[in-house]
Structures are given as C-alpha cells and as structure tokens.
Design a protein around this ligand. Structure first.
Ligand SMILES: NC(=O)c1ccc[n+]([C@@H]2O[C@H](COP(=O)([O-])OP(=O)(O)OC[C@H]3O[C@@H](n4cnc5c(N)ncnc54)[C@H](O)[C@@H]3O)[C@@H](O)[C@H]2O)c1
Length: 471
C-alpha cells in the first residue's frame, strides 16, 4: 500500500490522540512527515512521535511543497474561526487534500475513509446517524432501471419481473408510461416519476436496491444537439449523482448503457473492439465517453460495468421510428420506398430484446469477471452497411423502391467485434436482422397506429423539441 505523506497542524491533545491512534492501529498508509504548531515547545512532542520535520503554521506553504505533502490534517481545537478559515483557505490554494478533524471524530475509523467517498456504512459511527445493523446490511434483491419506460427499458423490466425480481423504475415518462401499462398491477413493480438530474429522486430510487441499470438519457445525436447544456446535465452531470448514490448505499452493481457510437467515424477498415480508439462525432457520443470514465474512475463501493450497445432495432411497446432499421421497415410498408444516405457506412445492429438480455446477464454475472469491464453488445454477424439493410428489406418486402444517394447524413462508420461478451459471459444474441424485421412487420400490420411513423411520439428529436419548449 502506498503511504500518504501527511502533515498535521496542531500537536495539542487532539493531534496527539490522532497520532496515537495511527500508531496503535499501525495504519501504514499515513506517513506522518511534518507537524506544525505555533507553540515552539511542541517540538519535543513532534520529536517523540518521530516526525521528520516541525515548524510553525506560517511555514505551511513551504513545508507542503518541500516535503511533497499529500495530505493535511487540521487538529486545532481552540483556534479562532478566522484563523481556522485562513488555514483552510491556504490549504485549498495549495490544492492539497485537507481534513479538518474535531474532537468527536478523532477516531481511528475516520482514517479508513479519508480518501474514499462518503458511504452510509462508514458513517455508522456518527451518533447523528443512529443506524441499526439492519439499515446497513438489509439489501433487497431489487433492481433499479432508470429509463425503464423507454424503448429498451420496458423489455428489460418485463424480463426481470418474469425472472422474479422486484423492479423499481425511475423515469420522467417523457414518452408516457403506456409501454409498462400491462405491468401496472404487478406488486413487484414500483414506478417513480422523477428525473435522474434530481438528487432526491436518485437517492430515493437507489436506497434499497441491489443492482442498478442506467438507461435514462437523452438518446441519439439529433435529440442531444437540440440543447447542449441540457444534454450535458442529463447525460453526464446526472451520472455523477448516480455514482455518488451507488457509492453511498453500496449497491452491488451498476451497469451503464453506453453506445458503440463512441467509436464514431472510424478510419480503420478493420473490426473495432473495446480497446479501439474512440472517435466520437457527436455530443451524444461524447457524453457517453465522459460518463463511462466518470463511473469507472469513481466506483469505490460498487462494481461498475459499461455496455456499448450497437444500433438497436426491433419492435417495442415504446416504439422508436428514428432508428434506421425500424424507419426503413415502416417506410417500406407505408410509403413502399426508402431513401438511403451514405449507404457504404458500416454499423453494428442488435435487437432490443437481446440488449435487455445483455443487461440482465451482466448485472447477474460474477462480479470478479465484470467489475470495471466495458463490453460491446451485439454479434459480429450483425455488422451491415446501410445499403445491405436496404437490400434485405427489399427481399422481405419486394415492392419497396430504394433511392440511394452518396450524400452522408450521418458520419458514423464502424464494424465492431463482440468476442469479449461472448467469451467472458457466454452471451449470444437470439435475433438476426431478418427475424427482427419480420416481427416488426407483423406488429405494424396488427396495430395500424404504428403506420403514423412520423408522429412525434416515435421520434426522440421531435419529442425533446416539444418537451424543451414546454419547460
Ligand atoms: N436505442 C439505441 O439504438 C441505443 C444505442 C446505443 C445506446 N443506447 C442507450 O440505451 C439507453 C436506452 O435507450 P432507448 O433506445 O431505450 O431510449 P428511449 O429514449 O426510448 O428511453 C429513454 C428513457 O429515459 C427516460 N428519460 C429521459 N430523460 C430522463 C430523465 N432526465 N430522468 C429520468 N428518465 C429520463 C425517457 O422517459 C425514456 O423512457 C440510453 O442510455 C441510450 O444511450 C441506445
């Protein structure tokens, strides 16, 4: 364990008690390098404890720099508030980690979480919390799905309920909640109408769950480019709140929905894997990358995993016709024609039910395998150019006319490998493009309202445009 070069300010009773605690419990990670006290007679105390250096508080800046101090502990009990604030301000300017310790907190257990985020468990000794052991250890088997009313989310919620899990959905129901209406009477399903940007909603949702699956977001490049500030708040800043809540409650796993669009406009003709260079071409993809990194860097008290999804297709009770395969399918039925821009672009595809299966697989997998891992979700056989998708549709619905132009509407271009999820977890997709398209055709024939594919409800761009106008 690397030691932390520590400077302590104040060698009074509190400072000495802290040092004794460190010695007694042989907490090796705190290397007590220097003590500062304006009472020069305290040098003897510093020598007794074996400090390398001693000085007065006006030497703070010099000592921190010269002795390469990582951590400053303020153990001052009888100083004026003004003096104390001045020292804290100087520490902040030095950009050194600082901890102000009061009498009450001068316990060795405090050391254990100096460098960790605040968790419910490590606050258990504070009298204000008065937690019972049950409060700490009682972890239900429940799963939180943020964005559970969405295109992918409603499949996942249904799957989890079928497998006997309790499910909590945190969703702002931007597209309504009709995708979950058939499940409304299930006592194991709890719907929370709230936002992932609201700290209270997030903490209330995470409090009693074991697994968290994070799907809520502004989804897709066009919807994300409507309002950059809002996109950053929902798709990135909110991730920090979720991470903080997962650390605080010590959930078992957080599985986060990212996207293969992080690979963006790949120049390499070869297949990309999880180690490949990222080349995002949109704010949406950037917010996925920022969130991935934040989660992996800050998951202290839970196991994080990231799933980079291929472009999803297939029928869902919350239908999206702003996804290329779905749009082509409905247009082939309704208009009997489709337009293709940039038909040479490669894209991996995956069915929405297979995505739901992937989330479940990773959430329930052995933590030692999935902790800190990024997985592409899809199958190598599902890499297609946009032209190939058009050709397939024409074979299924031969009356379709295809207008192809060389213009590139969307610069994303990538072929992706999926060996990692297959090898680590035995994950296989159940749907190919043809079976997914045929299923969609049946559903559109059954439900004529789906033919109104230009309706705002099927488009994330149009729905968020309207939503932003109202809010
Ligand atoms: N569909 C795809 O092709 C695809 C591809 C790659 C990654 N993904 C990722 O999968 C996840 C789910 O995508 P989807 O296709 O189901 O999208 P979707 O738009 O159908 O679902 C998103 C859900 O999140 C909810 N939501 C949005 N903002 C919210 C907020 N502030 N608070 C709470 N809920 C909010 C919406 O109401 C909706 O129910 C997203 O994170 C997306 O980035 C999707």
């Amino acid at each position: 364990m690397e030691s932390t070069r520590t400077l302590i300010i104040g060698l009074g009773q509190l400072g000495c008690q802290l040092i004794n605690d460190v010695d007694k419990h042989s907490v090796e990670k705190f290397d007590l390098v220097c003590a500062l006290d304006d009472d020069k007679s305290k040098k003897k105390v510093a020598d007794t404890f074996g400090f390398i250096d001693f000085g007065s508080t006006n030497e703070l800046e010099t000592k921190v720099e010269e002795l390469k101090i990582d951590y400053v502990i303020l153990a001052i009990t009888n100083a004026s508030a003004r003096f104390l604030n001045d020292i804290i301000y100087r520490c902040l300017k030095l950009e050194v980690k600082t901890r102000y310790v009061t009498d009450e907190h001068a316990k060795i257990d405090e050391f254990e979480y100096f460098n960790t985020p605040i968790t419910k468990k490590n606050l258990k000794n504070l009298k204000e919390f008065k937690l019972s052991e049950n409060d700490l250890d009682e972890k239900e088997g429940a799963v939180l799905v943020t964005g559970g009313a969405g295109y992918i989310g409603n499949h996942l919620v249904r799957d989890l309920l079928n497998d006997g899990y309790e499910v909590i959905v945190l969703d702002s129901f931007i597209f309504g909640n009709s995708a979950l209406s058939d499940l409304r009477d299930d006592p194991r399903l709890k719907l929370i109408n709230g936002s992932i940007e609201n700290i209270r909603d997030v903490f209330n949702s995470v409090e009693n769950v074991r697994y968290v699956i994070a799907l809520a977001a502004i989804v897709g490049d066009p919807a994300c480019s409507l309002d950059a500030k809002n996109t950053m708040i929902i798709n990135y800043e909110s991730t920090k709140i979720l991470v903080e809540a997962c650390n605080y409650y010590g959930v078992e796993k957080l599985v986060f929905a990212s996207s293969c669009s992080v690979y963006g406009a790949s120049l390499e003709g070869s297949y990309l894997d999880e180690e490949s260079t990222l080349n995002p071409v949109s704010l949406y993809a950037r917010t996925r990358i920022f969130s991935e990194k934040y989660i992996l860097d800050n998951a202290i008290n839970f196991s994080p995993s990231i799933l980079r999804l291929s472009t999803v297709f297939g029928f869902s009770k919350r239908m999206r016709f702003d996804l290329v395969v779905n749009l082509f399918t409905v247009k082939a039925i309704v208009d009997k024609s489709i337009e293709i821009f940039g038909g040479n672009q490669w894209r991996p595809f995956v069915h929405c039910k297979d995505v739901a299966k992937a989330f479940k697989t990773v959430a329930l997998a052995d933590e030692n395998i999935v902790r800190g891992q990024i997985y592409n979700v899809g199958d190598e056989s599902l890499n297609f150019t946009i032209d190939q998708v058009g050709d397939l549709l024409k074979t299924i619905l031969p009356q379709t006319s295809i207008k192809s132009t060389g213009d590139i509407d969307d610069p994303r271009n990538y072929k992706v490998k999926f060996n990692k999820i297959k090898n680590d977890l035995g994950f296989k997709t159940d749907y190919d493009l043809e079976s997914g398209i045929k299923e969609m055709i049946q559903e559109i024939y059954k439900n004529k309202s789906l033919e109104n594919y230009q309706d705002q409800i099927y488009s994330n761009l149009l729905t968020f445009k309207e939503f932003n106008l109202k809010n």
